[in-house]
Design a protein around this ligand. Sequence first.
Ligand SMILES: Nc1nc2c(c(=O)[nH]1)N[C@H]1C(S)=C(S)[C@@H](COP(=O)(O)OP(=O)(O)OC[C@H]3O[C@@H](n4cnc5c(=O)[nH]c(N)nc54)[C@H](O)[C@@H]3O)O[C@H]1N2
Ligand SMILES: Nc1nc2c(c(=O)[nH]1)N[C@H]1C(S)=C(S)[C@@H](COP(=O)(O)OP(=O)(O)OC[C@H]3O[C@@H](n4cnc5c(=O)[nH]c(N)nc54)[C@H](O)[C@@H]3O)O[C@H]1N2
Ligand code: SF4
Ligand SMILES: [Mo]
Length: 723
Amino acid sequence: MTDTKLTFCSLCESFCGLEVDVDNNHITDIRPDPQHVVSNGYVCVKGTKFDSIQHSPDRVTEPLKRVGDRWQAISWKQALDEIGDRIKAIIERNGPQAFGNFVGAPGGSNLMSPIFRGEFYKGLGSNRMYGTGTCDTMNKFRVNGDMYGSPMRLAYPDVDHTNFMMILGANPNISGNTLYHLPRSRDRFAGIIARGGRVVWINPRRVESARTGEHLFIRPDTDVYFLAAFCNEIFRRDAIDHELIARTMKNLSSLQSTVAPWTPERQAQVTGIPAATLLELVDAYLAADGAALNMATGVNQGRSGTLCYWLLESISAITGNFDRQGGNLIGEGIIDFALQAKDDPVLKLGFHRSDDLPSVSGQQPAAMLADDILGGEVKGLFVEASNPLLAVPNPGNRLEQALGELELLVCIDWFRNETGNLAHYILPAATWMERPGMPYALQSFVGCTPTPYLYAADKVLEPPPGVREEWWMYTRLADKFGITLMGNRFLSGFLKLAARLAHTPLGFISVPRVLISGMLKQSGQPDFKSMLKDHPHGLRLPDNPGRNFLGTERVLTEDALVDLGPPDFVATFNDRVESLFEDELANLGRMKLIGKREIKRMNSSSANSPRLVKDKTNYAYISPEDAARLGVAEMDYVDVSSRVDNITIQVRISDEMMPGVVAIPQCWGHEKADGLPHAQRHPGVNSNFLAGDGYDSVEKLSGMAHLSGIVVDMARSDRIATA
Ligand SMILES: Nc1nc2c(c(=O)[nH]1)N[C@H]1C(S)=C(S)[C@@H](COP(=O)(O)OP(=O)(O)OC[C@H]3O[C@@H](n4cnc5c(=O)[nH]c(N)nc54)[C@H](O)[C@@H]3O)O[C@H]1N2
Ligand SMILES: Nc1nc2c(c(=O)[nH]1)N[C@H]1C(S)=C(S)[C@@H](COP(=O)(O)OP(=O)(O)OC[C@H]3O[C@@H](n4cnc5c(=O)[nH]c(N)nc54)[C@H](O)[C@@H]3O)O[C@H]1N2
Ligand code: SF4
Ligand SMILES: [Mo]
């Protein structure tokens, strides 16, 4: 019999509402939920074809142990006993910091796992946590901490009310957007234009999103000069809200003197954006009744991501566009997560390493992982929901060598991916269809969205009998190590008992449901059951009216003033930006490498779906001008070399590309992925061989990896095109 169940897609931050037809624990159809309170019938192909991943014959459904070059299925008891013993041995010999964790992007949309993972590692005394957060966004959390007093005080653009919006380094129509919730992004940007407003995309590629609005090319990794000149021009015109600033902010003069050397003409030398264009954008930004700014992954992944976000937030703040409708807003979530995160030993800015690199929002730099292992600091690692081998900078594939030297590598995943191939154990995790949940914390709790709402879904499918949720794995291990969870012996005992009995006939409770209910009830919202019964398509919460942040105790700095000139940022700017500019000038004639997200691929994790990824799309996309200069035609091979490594790849020619820029879709390179046989058939090449790792390649303020705007040289290869 077919049942139709409601849930939300957890693959990207759009969290689109879905209707799922299920027959005998098998999905027969996935459709958009037309009544979902925000996504409103919108979905993309990754959501509607998720059954091809959910029911893939290649899924890992029992714990696996590597024995020689074979994989042997073992019981959970054996797996956890052996893993527990190996962790103990590592910690006894090397101390707790030698045992770490690496979490990937899907880890962020799992509400339960971060809580239990955090408790387990805290209990062991290790803050050796890495993740792909330092590949996408940790610069923003660093800025939030320094300017507003908590990493989780995250602003978002009020897309649905703004009259001018400028977006640097994002492609929400394809990505589903990041760090603020915006399903149906195309319609919502179109809405700005329909109101008579403007949408300006600043991007080295004329991206799909830019079909709605205006587009300007910018040379990759030069946004800092553009933003500094933009800010300086605002000072030059004295277009700042002096009264508001005096009352609610501090260190205006350090900001002003920092950007003073940057004129529209000077930035034009490296960005490619003419001075007159910048001036016209400043006019429009200042004239609009509510103007919003946004930057995302493409800028975050440059060498100045933290400085860029500081400047962007500051422009908004000093012009009075911050904390007002139509500008950039700070959400009022159902709980004050930022207040909780402020002094949280895991989430607050920390320096736990032998070098001076920070942990931001609990993560150490992913681009240090190979060094840390090869240098003997890390001996054991859990990799949860990630494929670091393909995701992080990996020159010469040295991360493969490093991971191979670990005494213990455990991958918690749905599949045996490229990283999993190097593991000692693979622990099979439940999919989001197999666990109760809510959209991730920044949406559900922090309200980082122009359309605040709550949504809860129960599991749609029963997991295969050998599959477990991550919270369960960490709780069972915590039990083994005698760790008290949540600092509360009673609660801890209850959780451990629930985990011990779960998956036995005595299983008495769903821990995720109980915890989600508790969080909802504590904040005065309907509990989990009522959410399912009374609000199956979501519960829309009031819009953010603005004027609820500046000058209030929600600013979590010591003096409740927004810091426009955090000393570390000012010092880094003064130290680095001029010399990076010299570098830019010197390299103007060379190519720069950026990434490219595609609608059918979610990082590396849809690569094995025959319904999503049929062919290789891993090409070097370049402009017709560059193709002519290099003497290459469509599908010719080129050698692309960076300071650290080189690859050979086929070319596609596209006038979407800015001259001087090459885009290569990332997270490819599946030639060794025998656990992902479909992906292995059209492997592509890993562009992150070209990205530098190690101390000198890491952005020091936030630990971000340098993954976009990498200087490369290209030449026609003598390899003959075959396909
Ligand atoms: N379909 C699909 N959706 C995804 C993902 C996926 O792999 N596929 N990945 C998910 C993940 S993990 C994330 S973090 C989000 C990211 O979501 P977004 O932040 O929207 O990231 P991208 O789509 O990579 O867009 C980054 C844009 O920056 C541009 N860019 C590159 N360098 C620069 C630069 O120096 N300056 C400027 N101004 N622009 C630059 C690129 O051309 C690109 O269009 O997407 C998520 N959604
Ligand atoms: N050059 C370049 N490199 C980049 C980027 C770029 O823009 N350019 N983007 C970077 C970014 S933003 C990111 S986030 C990384 C992406 O890198 P990762 O975060 O490592 O993402 P994936 O490669 O998709 O690997 C995710 C793995 O998690 C598994 N998985 C999915 N859901 C779950 C779950 O609920 N539980 C468990 N246990 N496993 C699950 C999947 O099967 C898959 O094997 O790549 C980074 N690398
Ligand atoms: S945009 Fe696509 S991948 Fe993202 S949540 Fe919606 S259906 Fe899922
Ligand atoms: Mo990401």
